[in-house]
Design a protein around this ligand. Structure first.
Ligand SMILES: [Zn+2]
Length: 245
């Protein structure tokens, strides 16, 4: 679910690594922040993407210091996060997005759509999604399943997502309900382990400038019992989970 800002009125706040990208919609309708996630066995299911409009990833408010510095100098002072430097201009913190989805006031004042794609990466849908996003000049957040990243071709696909300026988030390692929620009851240790395992693997693939602290529960947040301990442990790690209110 993400997007890139085409007319962002101000530089979005970037808080550590828990960021998703955003796109500001030019539509005059009410806020269309995506709230639902569909699952697909074929991977890369889309979240309420129909209202996204073409967005430029160019930034008009990058400060002079950033523009003048070499990429090396930029990254020296920049905490590891889930997107490349150029995405800072349109990335919003996941916490702020989650707040907006509950209808509470945030700095997101324009009608904004956040596009997310779950269950990748793979060699069929992911290239098509990337191509469409590039054609439309919008950005998204990919909620990636860790066990898809064990071969070179899929690791390259993750690199393409990252280098294209999209946000990278975790959608568990195994996407196995029986491991995450045995008898429909959340296993907090397993959930946290799958987050950490996937984030570590992603960092190995994308480099030390990368870490992600954005998580989405497979099957949604409302489907399982006793998620509070897992929520608390993720929060303790600084991880924000995206769910539909
Ligand atoms: Zn899923």
């Amino acid at each position: 679910m993400i997007l890139s800002g085409c007319q962002s009125p101000k530089k979005p706040t970037v808080q550590g690594s828990a960021n998703v990208s955003s796109t500001t919609s030019t539509q005059k309708s009410k806020k269309t922040t995506a709230t639902t996630s569909s699952e697909s066995s074929s991977g890369n299911s889309a979240t309420s993407s129909s209202q996204a409009t073409a967005a430029s990833s160019s930034s008009t408010d990058v400060d002079a210091q950033t523009q003048d510095n070499s990429p090396t100098n930029v990254t020296e002072n920049r905490a590891a996060t889930n997107h490349i430097v150029s995405a800072d201009s349109y990335a919003y913190s996941a916490a702020e997005v989650q707040t907006a989805m509950t209808g509470q006031p945030t700095t997101i004042t324009q009608p904004t759509v956040f596009l997310t794609f779950d269950d990748g990466v793979n060699q069929t849908m992911t290239p098509r999604v990337l191509q469409t996003l590039a054609e439309q000049q919008v950005h998204a957040t990919f909620f990636v399943v860790g066990n898809t990243l064990t071969n070179a071709a899929n690791q390259n696909m993750l690199q393409q997502e990252y280098q294209a300026g999209h946000g990278i988030a975790v959608h568990s390692y195994d996407h196995n309900y029986n491991l995450l929620y045995p008898n429909r009851v959340a296993n907090a240790a397993a959930i946290v382990r799958e987050y950490q395992q996937t984030n570590m693997l992603m960092t190995q693939i994308l480099g030390n400038d990368f870490t992600t602290k954005v998580w989405r529960y497979p099957g949604g947040h409302m489907s399982w019992r006793n998620l509070a301990p897992a929520d608390a442990q993720l929060k303790q790690l600084g991880v924000t989970w995206i769910y539909s209110p």
